[in-house]
Design a protein around this ligand. Structure first.
Ligand code: PLP
Length: 392
């Protein structure tokens, strides 16, 4: 019998991809499934970005680049951090990777020794705990619920930090809750972090531009510059510019850590695709109007979906501040159906309502479902009417 590593046996495949695959399977079997599981915008990549990539191919820009990204893309990223976040980086503090996922993976491998703890508030992006485990670190999950709008309090953060803590992860606006920390809330978390100078912070700003909450976007360093030297700011073009397939993510952070992350990347993928780097440069340097158009559509769908979910029996949904996710509680509906497991309940909704949602337990918060509204209003209306029938 083939023996696999302990490492791989400790982790699970991405549950969001699993839902997408299960929906595809049922579709292939002739079912008319509405998939609300996907974590990507439904829009096409804007034309000027595609044109830049076509031009790169025509120009023969199709060879290896520097492992950590082309100088031109790094300059575009430095300008972006300055413009949007008021942060100043040198080129050797920037690393471009094959998506935000690889950025985090590089960081986990470059930072963690076996047993090192990483504080992750739940609900969390599904990949954080597993990437920490691959690096033989220990995810320390801070549970939150709807009563705090899924936000970790300063007291919870303080209680989670031990002498083994190396890293605290903040993702705002959050996948899957859609909720963002306010400036004041971030300042309060920063006060706690200031007491632990040896702890690093990762702020995952992937949904920075998909935000409609009053007060605009803030991250932990923009509200507390004192934390700059120990914060890794993670971002990418996947969500803001509808570029999930291009695979470009980037970080700005402490030079020593970024160099170590680059070393890991140099022995795994090397540089991200040359053509995609040119496209990302066009996205960051180009007109940002395309981002606003998508944001408006997401907001309109959000308002519809959250109101409609709250009309369903046994469903309770807080408003999102941004992203393209809602994270309603189905606890009432599950209780009524006598089903305790949200995985089982998601399967029931998939077969009976033919609507695919991702169960909250995948994100560390059981009893909820993540619904992605990165799809048309017509599809969303049909999904809601199917859920209504199934829950009646
Ligand atoms: N961070 C968060 C919170 C995400 O939701 C995602 C994608 O789902 C990523 C990072 C990584 O995105 P990508 O690897 O496409 O850049």
């Amino acid at each position: 019998d083939l023996q696999l590593s302990d490492r791989v046996q400790q982790i699970k495949p991405s549950p969001t991809l699993a839902v997408t695959n299960r929906a595809a399977e049922l579709r292939a079997a002739g079912k008319d499934i509405i998939g609300l599981g996907a974590g990507e915008p439904d829009f096409d990549t804007p034309q000027h970005i595609k044109d830049a990539a076509s031009q790169a191919i025509a120009n023969g820009f199709t060879k290896y680049t520097a492992v950590d990204g082309t100088p031109a893309l790094k300059q575009a990223i430095i300008a972006k951090f300055k413009r949007d976040n008021g942060l100043s980086y040198e080129p050797n503090q920037i690393l471009v990777s094959c998506g935000g996922k690889q950025s985090f993976f590089n960081m986990a491998l470059a930072l963690l020794n076996p047993g090192d703890e990483v504080v992750i508030p739940a609900p969390y992006w599904v990949s954080y705990p597993d990437m920490v485990k691959i690096a033989e670190g220990v995810p320390v999950i801070v549970e939150t619920d709807q009563s705090s709008r899924f936000k970790m309090t300063p007291a919870q953060l303080d209680a989670a930090i031990t002498s083994k803590t190396r890293l605290v992860v903040i993702n705002s606006p959050s996948n899957p809750s859609g909720v963002a920390y306010s400036e004041a809330e971030l300042k309060a978390l920063a006060e706690v972090l200031k007491q632990y100078p040896e702890v690093l912070i990762a702020t995952d700003d992937m949904y920075e531009h998909i935000l409609w909450a009053e007060g605009g976007f803030h991250n932990i360093v923009s509200v507390c510059p004192e934390l700059f030297d120990r914060t890794v700011v993670m971002n990418g073009v996947s969500k803001a510019y509808s570029m999930t397939g291009w695979r470009i993510g980037y970080v700005g952070g402490p030079q020593k850590l970024v160099a170590a992350m680059k070393k890991i990347q140099s022995q795994s993928t090397s540089n991200p695709t040359s053509i995609a780097q040119v496209a990302a440069e066009a996205a960051l340097n180009g007109d940002q109007g395309c981002v606003q158009d998508m944001l408006q559509a997401f907001k309109q769908r959000h308002d519809y979906v959250v109101a409609a979910l709250n009309e369903l029996p046994g469903v309770d949904c807080v408003e999102s501040d941004g992203t393209f996710y809602a994270f309603p509680s189905f606890k009432g509906a599950m209780e009524k159906a006598g089903i305790e497991s949200d995985v089982e309940f998601a399967e029931k909704l998939l077969t009976e309502a033919e609507v695919a949602l991702v169960p909250g337990s995948a994100f560390g918060t059981p009893g909820h479902m993540r619904l992605s509204f990165a799809t048309s209003m017509e599809v969303l209306q049909e999904a809601i009417s199917r859920l209504k029938k199934a829950l009646a």
